[in-house]
Design a binder for this molecule. Sequence first.
Ligand SMILES: *Cc1c(COP(=O)(O)O)cnc(C)c1O
Length: 466
Amino acid sequence: MTGNQRIHTQAEPYKIKVVEPIKMTTIEYRSKCIEEAGYNTFLLRSEDVYIDLLTDSGTSAMSDNQWAGMMLGDEAYAGSRNFYELEKAVRDVYGFKYIVPTHQGRGAEHIMSQILINKGDYVPGNMFFTTTRLHQELAGGKFVDVIVDEAHIPSNEFPFKGNVDMDKMQKLVDDVGADKIPYVSLEGCVNMAGGQPFSMANLQDLKEFCDKHNILIMLDATRMIENSYFIQQREKGYGHKSVAQILREICDLSDGCAMSSKKDHLVNIGGFLAMNDEEFFRKAKAMVVVYEGLHTYGGMAGRDMEAVARGIREATETDDHVAARIRQTQYLGNRLKDEGVPIILPIGSHAVFLDAKAILPHVDQDEYPAQRLAAELYVESGVRSMERGNVSSGRDPETGKNRRPNLELVRLTIPRRVYTNLHMDVAAEGVFAMMERRNSIKGLKFTYEPEMLRFFQGRFEPVDLV
Ligand SMILES: *Cc1c(COP(=O)(O)O)cnc(C)c1O
């Protein structure tokens, strides 16, 4: 902010000190690349990508302060100084008592699921996330979607599509009994719903319900800073509070969190599990040493923990960072919306999601329209996006059938502090160009289908080739 009411443009709260050149390629070259990658954008080489909107995970630009912290890595096996910096940052900002570092979010999900879930338990959540649900299932649990119905309708503009539907919670308790529900998994800026926040009022209702039934609330805090910003912007009574205050209020209503620092914390690797219960902490410490590393590094180098500690503070010290970050997502989203491209509304926190069912209504969901659309966008523009639909949802473990989720999406995800709005313009024009030939775009079929998390390594060929 300039502090001058007559200046309306809000620019980034940073300037650029180091740059990384990127390669421009041709349509012909990219057609070859995507074919070699089995029409899976995860299998492209990054050097063949012009603008990389695959994910906001681990792709942030670190600050000079974070890089300086990397030089202060204390690479002691045990008791690294950087661990204590990290622990202090989590306690100060999130307010949880205990922290167990892990190499990234799924490391924390693994430990949390194994400790809290018993075979035959049910784990309600505000929509699934790929790795989160898989760890719940591997621990013998069954995920139950309790997000509000609005979240499943791309064009519905409800401002808190991340909310938990309390009737669905009540129904689950009635059906299976509260003692079969160890915790609710509550995600901020729900990724699979399009980066949609929950409201504080909803969390307060959930807390009351869970206290009554003796159910824990475990946050998926991956994008909780961004969720806090939306509460500030959209929820009555929060406009005057800082993002840091709102974040703290959320954490105070919960029992702990699994965190992928690769998102909100502006680092390339890292994560942790945090909680207030001592017994849970003791169990998590015993497990982390088996799967991640000693409880004072959990798979991270000392320098990585220092970068996370500094990233936590940078992302929450003022609201300027998160405001600029979400402003850029809104910029790209509004460009697409203004041209009539079907996207998920409201525009979310970290990504803009194309509605592939609306763009390719002629392609059956079992021919993976979003997967094909992501491939075509790359060929068209050199912009890499990813599928979030039938491929990502996987098969139902009981029936073996595709889950065919309501949302069949292509996600254009925006790394933090990496691209300018001119890059966003190129991405938007790539989508416009693809829209012009959408009627001739067909589907895909698997040539290799991995059993778990198939979207990462699966390979495809176009149905129009055979
Ligand atoms: C990325 C992510 C995870 C998993 O974290 P990793 O660091 O990739 O292991 C969990 N939940 C959500 C919502 C995420 O976006």
